[in-house]
Design a protein around this ligand. Structure first.
Ligand code: HSE
Length: 440
């Protein structure tokens, strides 16, 4: 140890999949971390709920404690990996208010209490690093916060949930139903025992709120992010997408846009969407994640990799930890990531999209004209129409692709079609994203 250099005490809160890996690496790679930081990183302890729970990798019993508060108060850097919101918030605030830096991978915490936590960090000049909160191992927070700080990010399309990408990929590659694909994901350990937060899109919405706030230098509350999950995506929709050269993906979409009244603002939303098969995100298979960023000067960038997993996510956590520790050695206040642009979140109705609408219609003269007339009356333009005869009870399946139109107008079209006499059933509605060259 360099003479005069004080060890940096690190507290790890939580010894789950990621916490146990982080603690293990702090113990087994101590010499590397010391040479990178310029001071030893000492694992002061690991706060757990149950001292006897089995954990992988195993950790020395004497490092485990159930007294998280005392551990936090004796640490220079606190690594929060307990998940959940309320207890995590208490402990992170305690850490920041005591002057410790915090590293967290807790997207739910940041998406719901981000402004309060950043304000607390700024008050005491502490750092709050959160690379692991979006995209697991993928570096995306630091690129948005630092590398792109001199550019104008216009749009982000992200595959930020591995469970749903695995399920949709399975539906695409094997023709599985949603239920069968999810059962496979559970069997293979990709989906959690309770996958509700993943399939409902909530996990991706947390990440969309974090990405949009960071990319557009503003505050994007979770409550302003419209969310649609993948539970209602059918094997037929995936097959129809295949037929038109698309693949269905659950996307987190963050955009900078101008509303109809000329007001500049931002939007963040999560929903399944059809992507052209030649879009870079279409090649993201299995449980992988990728974030496609479009900026004025940098143009198109894609960040790709493992979005979850203990060792993978520990890489992002340890990167944040080394960065925080270096500042301890060098001195100076933490970097505040304060919102500065003040851009408002716009009403979701002003966002413009393209829809692909699958209809079961009566196969009779005038039906196509009636459907086209109804869509036109609501100010929406049809780009493609494809009819296949089903032969069942004289019905046909009509797949209509629209040009871009405000979400509110497209929702009105779907409502009108649902009530139209010529339409037996609106079998499915998917937005189409990533069209090029406009979007690419
Ligand atoms: N459950 C998430 C996923 C990983 O399936 O991607 C953590 O956010």
């Amino acid at each position: 140890m360099t003479p005069g250099v004080q060890p940096i005490r690190v507290a790890v809160l939580g010894a789950g999949t990621v916490g146990a890996e982080v603690a293990d690496r702090l113990l087994t790679r101590a010499a590397e971390f010391e040479s990178r930081v310029g001071a030893p990183l000492v694992l002061a302890g690991v706060a757990v709920r149950d001292l006897d729970a089995p954990r992988t990798p195993a950790l020395p019993r004497e490092l485990l404690t159930t007294d998280a508060e005392s551990l936090v108060l004796g640490a220079h850097i606190v690594v929060e990996l307990i998940g959940g919101v309320d207890r995590a918030r208490e402990l992170v605030l305690l850490a920041l208010e005591s002057g410790a830096d915090v590293v967290t991978g807790n997207k739910a915490l940041l998406a719901t209490h981000g402004p309060e936590l950043f304000a607390a960090a700024e008050r005491v000049g502490a750092q709050l690093n959160y690379e692991a909160s979006v995209g697991g191992a993928i570096p995306i927070i630091r690129p948005l916060r630092d590398s792109l700080a001199g550019d104008d990010v216009q749009r982000i399309l992200g595959i930020v949930n591995g469970t749903t990408n695995f399920v949709l990929d399975r539906m695409d590659a094997h023709g599985d139903s949603f239920e069968d694909a999810l059962a496979t994901a559970t069997e293979l350990g990709y989906a959690e025992a309770d996958p509700t937060g993943d399939v409902s899109g909530l996990d991706a919405a947390h990440k969309a709120a974090i990405l949009a706030g960071l990319a557009f230098h503003t505050t994007v509350p979770l409550s302003s992010v419209p969310v649609e999950g993948i539970e209602r995506v059918t094997a037929e929709q995936v097959a129809a997408g295949r037929g038109t050269g698309h693949v269905v993906k659950l996307l987190a979409i963050c955009e900078r846009l101008t509303g109809p009244d000329g007001v500049e603002g931002v939007s963040a939303r999560v929903h399944p969407a059809l992507l052209p098969r030649d879009h870079p995100l279409a090649s993201v298979r299995g449980a992988n994640n990728a974030i496609f960023v479009q900026a004025s000067d940098a143009r198109d960038l894609m960040f790709y990799g493992a979005g979850a997993g203990g060792p993978e996510t520990s890489s992002a956590v340890l990167g944040d930890l080394v960065a925080a520790a270096r500042r301890h050695v060098i001195g100076g206040p933490g970097l505040a990531a304060a919102p500065s642009s003040g851009l408002p979140v716009l009403d979701p109705g002003v966002v413009s999209s393209r829809y692909q609408i699958s209809l079961v219609v009566r196969d009779e003269p005038g039906v196509l004209a009636a459907v086209a007339g109804l869509v036109a009356d609501l100010g929406v333009s049809i780009e493609t129409a494809q009819q296949t005869r089903s032969g069942v009870g004289g019905t046909a399946t009509l797949v209509i692709g629209t040009h871009r139109a405000p979400e509110a107008a497209l929702a009105a079209v779907v409502r009108a079609l649902s009530g139209a006499a010529e339409v037996e059933q609106v079998a499915g509605v998917l937005r189409v994203e990533g069209d090029r060259p406009k979007d690419g």
